[in-house]
Design a protein around this ligand. Structure first.
Ligand code: WTA
Length: 656
């Protein structure tokens, strides 16, 4: 880990206040209101969350205790009984929202569908009954490997309804990556589709599932439920594979939501870390429901007439929390889009905004940078006047991109919420409340009420204003991850021991560097560990290295991120070869393809650099810091005295 240096920190002083009109109608209307809320939550977090849990959610049975904190293990709303599918659907049915659009869906080939809350209820109940018919019981894990179609959300809600934790695997992951996740989660059933549309082509999801399961690859999986999307020909294994449209025939649409314990597992979501294989991040029911509900309501400043659109994929945490659970729990209209901007249709996002009159738009900096490149005329030629609020997530946003987003998309009237959070945190942690907190381009601003975020050194001492340090959270919050699936010890080591606890104070270590300025604003500077962010997607260098060395030609591999204007970072792999292999263009291609096959296209290295040796310390550790500088084309600065063999470095430099 390297401490972020002050030179790498940007100074940016422009301040943007919400318009009076926006602030007056906002959920949280002024800085003073925010500060009061924040102080109240800080003084007594349990009372703060309990009050909201009572007000905002439906409980079958109230909890006995708000928080049981046995560091680093937290339980929220102990012995409370709740069901998030009930909170997302059923409770709206007895109100005028019954016939409100819950889900608006726009398909890639231009087809579309709208489901009201009543219709969503029917679909989810039927899906849940089909799952039950296939033997899924409370506690059984269900894998979901789906395109961005309504049935992805329906499957998640159906699982939640019957108490079967889901594990959604992003449709861009390979069969191998899918197999690993199904095995780690011991999934009993997989929900998939014949295929999905992605950038004018069909992604053969069912074929990938077949590959993942072949040769008894995932022995716990008993059934595969297949949704028809593309009408692709797929092979269906009798007894194992079932069409959703067949099984739903005649199935009952009555399926009461199972009262779940507040701490029952809601889902596992795999994410990359700095070491080893991806971690199964475990989230539970009650706290997650409350936190995603409150953050959606206050940060996206929801009104009942809004059309809200988050462009993430449900395969990521952003899709879980801010396409499905948070918005639906609030009774909002959430929009889901199957497509992605591409050369053949650079204006597709703006078309969707115009078509549906989207009011709130939440996307990633990498997408914004791509739009900047495609040119202003695309958004300029569409009517974006319905937009009221913009959001970003996934990586630091550079001030230029922020300004472009503000000016061209938001017409200088929409506040921007730059939201910092993680798969592990379950919901947004640091963010403007748009009617209350003035924004500075590039800063996620201030912590959400109840979140005791801080910037500290390795001993846990707060660092002075404007100095770089480690981003931590000092107190549990309702949607924090509970553990790494099946590995409590890894949970403890990864998140709670980097900064050792002292005097009963525990520090949740996020893995990001940050600084706080004199106004208490947080500036997140990016990962301080070996995690790379490509287009906002997290990848562990270790994962990619393992994939590379599993190729027979590769002796050793070291992977680093190189700054990239469009994607944030590009993957650069330094590779040494086994004796009888020599570098070639074919091998370069083959290795890239091998990584795609092992992990997925999102992990494809941008560059492979063949080398006779890698720079190592005397104790044999690869010096990634040097490789990072080399990859970025910078001079190697800092201490190289621990380098075992200096000539390795010189040679690498010559080859560059
Ligand atoms: C980064 C995505 C700066 C950060 C929700 C974090 C950000 C990682 C921001 C989590 C932001 C996310 N500003 N950096 N607004 N949002 N990050 O688990 O490095 O896919 O640790 O969750 O993304 O990525 P994850």
């Amino acid at each position: 880990m390297t401490v972020p240096t002050i030179e790498s920190i940007l100074h940016e002083n422009r301040l943007f206040h919400p318009t009076a009109e926006f602030a007056q109608q906002a959920q949280i209307k002024s800085l003073q209101d925010y500060e009061q809320l924040y102080e109240r939550a800080k003084a007594n977090p349990e009372a703060f969350w309990a009050e909201l849990a009572e007000q905002e959610l439906h409980w079958f049975q109230k909890w006995d205790k708000v928080l049981d904190w046995q560091p680093p293990f937290a339980k929220w709303f102990v012995d409370g009984k709740i069901n998030i599918s009930y909170n997302c659907i059923d409770r709206h049915l007895t109100t005028w929202r019954r016939n409100k659009a819950a889900l608006i869906w726009e398909g890639e080939p231009g087809d579309s569908r709208t489901l009201t809350y009543a219709q969503l209820h029917r679909e989810v109940c039927q899906f849940a009954n089909v799952l039950k018919q296939l033997g899924v019981q409370k506690g059984d894990v269900v894998g979901i490997y789906m395109p961005m179609i309504p049935e992805a959300a329906i499957a998640m809600l159906a699982c939640a309804r019957i108490g079967a934790p889901h594990t959604v695997v992003f449709g861009g992951f390979s069969a191998e990556a899918l197999r690993d996740r199904l095995n780690d989660g011991q999934a009993k059933l997989v929900v998939t589709a014949d295929g999905g549309w992605r950038k004018d082509a069909i992604v053969p999801l069912k074929d990938q599932v077949d590959k993942a399961l072949e040769d008894n690859g995932a022995p716990t999986v008993e059934n595969v439920l297949v949704v028809q999307r593309t009408q692709q020909r797929v092979s269906m294994e009798p007894g194992r594979d079932h069409w959703w449209h067949d099984l739903r025939q005649g199935i009952s649409s009555d399926c009461p939501a199972e009262p779940m314990d507040s701490e029952d597992m809601l889902f596992i979501l795999y994410t990359s870390g700095s070491t080893g294989k991806p971690k199964g991040v475990v989230h539970t029911t009650g706290g997650y429901n409350l936190y995603t509900h409150m953050t959606t309501k206050w940060i996206f400043d929801l009104r009942d007439t809004d059309v809200y659109w988050c462009t993430a994929d449900v395969g990521w945490i952003t899709g879980h929390s801010y396409i499905v659970y948070g918005p639906l729990s609030n009774g909002a209209t959430t929009l889901m889009y199957e497509g992605a901007p591409r050369a053949s249709n650079p204006g597709c996002f703006w078309d969707v905004i115009e078509k549906y009159g989207v009011n709130i738009f939440y996307t990633a900096p990498t997408a914004i940078r791509a739009f900047i490149k495609m040119g202003e005329h695309h958004p300029r030629s569409r009517d974006l006047s319905s937009l009221r609020l913009l959001g970003t997530v996934g990586e630091p946003i550079n001030p230029e991109a922020w300004m472009w987003y503000y000016r061209v998309i938001g017409g200088e009237r929409c506040p921007i919420v730059d939201t910092w959070w993680q798969t592990e945190t379950g919901g947004i942690m640091i963010t403007p409340l748009p009617g209350a907190i003035p924004t500075k381009p590039g800063s996620a601003t201030r912590p959400f009420p109840g979140i005791l975020a801080d910037v500290v050194d390795l001993e846990g001492n707060p660092v002075p204003d404007n100095e770089g340090g480690y981003l931590v959270v000092r107190y549990p919050w309702p949607s924090m991850m509970r553990t790494v699936y099946g590995d409590d010890d890894r949970f403890r080591r990864t998140y709670w021991e980097h900064i050792p606890p002292r005097d009963g104070q525990y520090f949740y270590f996020a893995g990001d560097g940050a600084r706080r300025d004199e106004d208490g604003y947080f500036w997140v500077m990016g990962r301080v560990d070996d995690v790379i962010s490509v287009s906002g997607h997290r990848l562990g260098t270790m994962e990619i290295e393992s994939a590379l060395v599993s190729h027979p030609a590769v002796a050793e591999a070291a992977v680093v991120g190189k700054p990239d204007e469009l994607r944030g970072e590009e993957i650069v792999a330094f590779v040494t070869l086994e004796g009888h292999y020599t570098p070639s263009e074919e091998l370069d291609k083959a290795l890239k393809q091998h990584v795609v096959q092992e992990i997925g296209a999102l992990a494809r290295p941008g560059q492979i650099r063949f080398s006779d040796a890698l720079p190592k310390t005397r104790s044999g550790k690869i010096m990634r810091r040097l490789l990072r500088s080399l990859a970025a084309g910078q001079d190697v600065v800092g201490d190289t005295s621990t380098l075992e063999d200096r000539s390795v470095l010189d040679k690498l430099r010559e080859e560059a």
